[in-house]
Design a protein around this ligand. Structure first.
Ligand SMILES: NC(=O)c1ccc[n+]([C@@H]2O[C@H](COP(=O)([O-])OP(=O)(O)OC[C@H]3O[C@@H](n4cnc5c(N)ncnc54)[C@H](O)[C@@H]3O)[C@@H](O)[C@H]2O)c1
Length: 360
């Protein structure tokens, strides 16, 4: 008889937004794997698909319904494929659905594990899984992405464009604190904060102040600092020195794409947008890759690993570990899409992972 913990009785309500392009294809595979996990471990997952996408916007004129963010708050977690479509050149639907949800649900932690599963996937010479295994925490609700600014005399040769960067004590404090707490909970010994305080002497002085304030509260953790440009260089030449990196919204966005290449490319990278204790959102790092759409060639492993992060955050560690083990087994056995040197299609990879979860 299967032993069940108290969470086993709970049905998990999951919102699923496949979105655009390959987002729809990789989401279908993530859903397949979540359902396999449900079967295997006796978990009830109630998946509700929301149609918010470029197609939906073009048909209805609505990016997200007026009560859309409240709808999302009713779920235990949210899964998103990807958003972006050339027919919506200003990407307004993506802005409302993706950035809007991050801001409205106050998902201040962007969690990006960077774990190399096999050395043949890494473009860094001589580097293997022991050298690439760290996490990046990107502040997800402030910085330059808040959209404060404007253009004066737009379109003329006197145009002035202003884009403000917002750093608040509360915002900087909670993301740095989260990074240290993550390290402490997992017995990690290093946290590195990256900013550009030598040039951005106001906003990033606040990051310096908060980092100096919090670091001494964790005497067993070595707190280091790099300017972001130096960090980018050290990530390439010596990635093994990193365990936890914490940085702002813009810098985190850039370095996590760089880090994705260490793992085998954008198709491999998973992410979570988290507010601890509240409904959080999980998505592969990649976009909708329109030129890959409909060809059954998109790598679904980033999406499937994002589903594992979602289950882990919901407290389902065993289930998440089963997915991670299946992804590792697939990569080790060369059962992947062409971008990682395999010859399977998107659907076949999803079925392989689901089958592995069911069998082992
Ligand atoms: N979170 C998101 O939803 C998100 C993120 C980035 C970009 N976008 C949007 O996606 C659209 C396309 O953007 P882009 O081309 O700059 O980035 P992209 O991530 O969609 O694709 C860039 C390239 O990365 C590779 N790639 C990405 N995902 C892959 C996968 N699963 N399997 C195999 N290869 C993969 C492909 O070579 C692709 O051409 C744009 O509209 C953009 O705004 C959305």
């Amino acid at each position: 008889m299967q032993t069940q913990s108290s969470t086993a009785k709970k049905a998990f309500r999951l919102a699923v937004i496949p979105g655009d392009g390959i987002g729809k294809e990789v989401t279908a595979e993530a859903v397949k794997v979540i359902e396999a996990v449900g079967q295997k471990f006796g978990r009830a997952f109630e998946l509700e698909e929301l149609p918010w996408s470029a197609d939906h916007y073009l048909q209805t004129g609505t990016t997200i319904p007026p009560n859309g963010y409240d709808t999302l708050r009713e779920f235990d977690a949210i899964f998103i494929g990807a958003l972006g479509d050339p027919r919506v050149p200003d990407n307004r639907h993506a802005r409302d659905i993706l950035l809007g949800t991050r801001f409205e649900l106050d998902l201040y932690v962007n969690y990006r594990p960077v774990k190399l599963l096999h050395e043949r996937l890494c473009p860094l010479k001589g580097r293997g899984p022991k050298d690439v295994n760290f996490v990046v925490f990107r502040e997800n609700t402030e910085g330059v992405y808040v959209g404060i600014g404007g253009r004066f005399k737009a379109g003329t040769d006197q145009e002035i464009a202003i884009q403000e960067e917002i750093n608040t004590y509360r915002g900087v404090h909670r993301i740095i604190k989260y990074a240290f707490e993550h390290a402490k909970a997992r017995g990690l010994s290093k946290v590195c904060m990256a900013d550009k305080s030598n040039a951005m002497t106001h906003g990033h002085a606040l990051w310096q102040r908060v980092f100096r304030e919090i670091a001494p509260q964790y005497p067993s953790i070595e707190a280091t600092h790099y300017y972001i440009d130096a960090l980018a260089m050290y990530m390439v030449v010596d990635p093994g020195q990193f365990q936890v990196i914490v940085t702002n919204n813009l810098f985190g966005d850039i370095i996590t794409d760089l880090a994705a290449t260490f793992q085998g490319g954008l198709g491999m990278a998973a992410s979570g947008n988290i507010h601890p204790g509240k409904p959080s959102m999980f998505e592969p790092v990649h976009g909708s890759a329109p030129k890959f759409a409909g060809k059954n060639i998109a790598n679904p492993l980033g999406a499937i690993s994002s589903a594992a992060l979602m289950l882990e955050t919901l407290g389902l560690q065993t289930e998440a570990a089963a997915i991670d083990a299946a992804v590792l087994a697939a990569v080790t056995a060369g059962q992947g899409t062409p971008d990682i040197g395999g010859n399977l299609g998107t659907r076949e990879v999803g079925s392989w992972i689901a089958g592995h979860v069911e069998r082992t």
